[in-house]
Design a binder for this molecule. Sequence first.
Ligand code: HEC
Length: 481
Amino acid sequence: MRKLGIIVLFVALAAACENKTSTNTQTETQTVTEKTTKQTPFPDFGYMVPDYKGEVFVLSQNYPDSLPKQDLPPFFQTDYKKDWRKYLLEVQKYCFEGNTEVDFKVLQNKVRHWYHMPWQHYGPQAREGFHGLTQEAPVKAMQLAPTQTDTNTGAVAVGFYNDVAALTIQEVWKDHYHPNHSHNMSFKNGSVLFKILFVTLPEDIAVKQVPWLVNGLWWDAFVCPDFHDAEDTDQMRYRRQIKVALVQMDIMVRDDRAPNGWIFGNFQYNGKMNKADKWENLVPVGLMWGEDPNDTTNFSNAKPTRTIINPKLVETIINPDSNELPATHLGWNSRLNGPVDNPMSSCYSCHSTSEYPANLPMSPLFNDSLSAACPPGSAGWMYWFRNLKCGEPFTPKSHSMDFSLQLSQSIQFFYNWKKSQGGLYSNDYAPAPPAAPAAAGQPARMAKAMLKSVPAHHRATLKPDTTGGQVDYPIGFPASK
Ligand code: HEC
């Protein structure tokens, strides 16, 4: 039975990757066409200053039905391993063009189309109305700099999808009331996703505690100044109009040249660069195209006084220039991760869990039983550090949302909303899809089921290597309480 499951999985994968090759040749007949079917639009945001009179966030949701006919951007020719720096800066430029001058109000971009993910307006962490920022993760003391004592801060962020990526949003959300998650999703070659992240550190202490926030870029936001309130359902009690400081930029590129289909990249703010255009103070941290699944050493640099580069990693490259890149913690055993990310994880690790329904949390640390059963470096732990390919689900019984966590979240949020209306629709009555596991502390029954989702050979725990210090986590997304 298990074998059959694996065969089915491989067939599904082959199909996902076939998809990718056929769309690789973007023929002239393919054009961006706008949706013709009229549907109730997705809401733009969830929370805003009452009676605000200025310009508010508008969701870019005119998703295309077909591939654009333009050529792939030039960085699809750049050797991302040899010329990693050039590659990262080219992707950054592509994401900035037409956007920085309109403050990332992407509907006003004159150079190219960018889109947002629907359903991020839902729940306590929902988008606010200035820039569409969602509440992400708390930031621990000393995570950003040794002088950072503040413990109330959190990260807020907004993500964007280019026209090729938006095609997959359209595939899932063509029918606004019946998301399609019937098969493994697969972003097409040429998809570019990016996210800009800010911290809620108060302006008067920001530079004193985090020196690289000097010459900062600040945005208005309607969010919780104290991030301990970020998951409270009574959000209007806690949200305030405050300024938030740019700290990080994330990129994800679907590139057929990468062994597993995806390249992740990261930038950290460094105001000491003092660039005329402050967006350019986002300096390269590095990139990764795989998990280095054989590296099982347990190490984490959670309170960084310097950036520690692991020379054994062959699928992560980190910027070695410590003048340009302020001390940063990176991810588990120095895999790529950004300053507000969880130092016990990595971009690739968290994002590989994107599936619907989500059978496992983004890290074993987000569940007490999993955490006990899968100590860092054990075979169970390494289930989160596999080299999954694009379009491959994290667990055999689910469908891949192809590394996009906003995509899997959007479906989950939709069903949560649907259920919370308190009634069922007779015309589409069907057993409700299983809910995604909560971040932490779920009932023992659910934990047992989750443990079963980790295949037996990964459950047979190896003796973990415990050479690492400073592991006083878990933190991360979703926030653990
Ligand atoms: C602890 C888990 C975690 C880690 C580590 C992580 N992410 Fe994410 N990421 C998320 C979640 C959850 C979302 C969806 C919600 C949101 O946007 O915040 C997301 C969203 C994104 C998006 C928006 C596109 C999408 O739909 O997923 C991009 C781009 C992204 N992350 C890139 C990165 C990069 C690059 C890194 C490493 C530098 C990284 N992430 C590390 C959890 C993580």
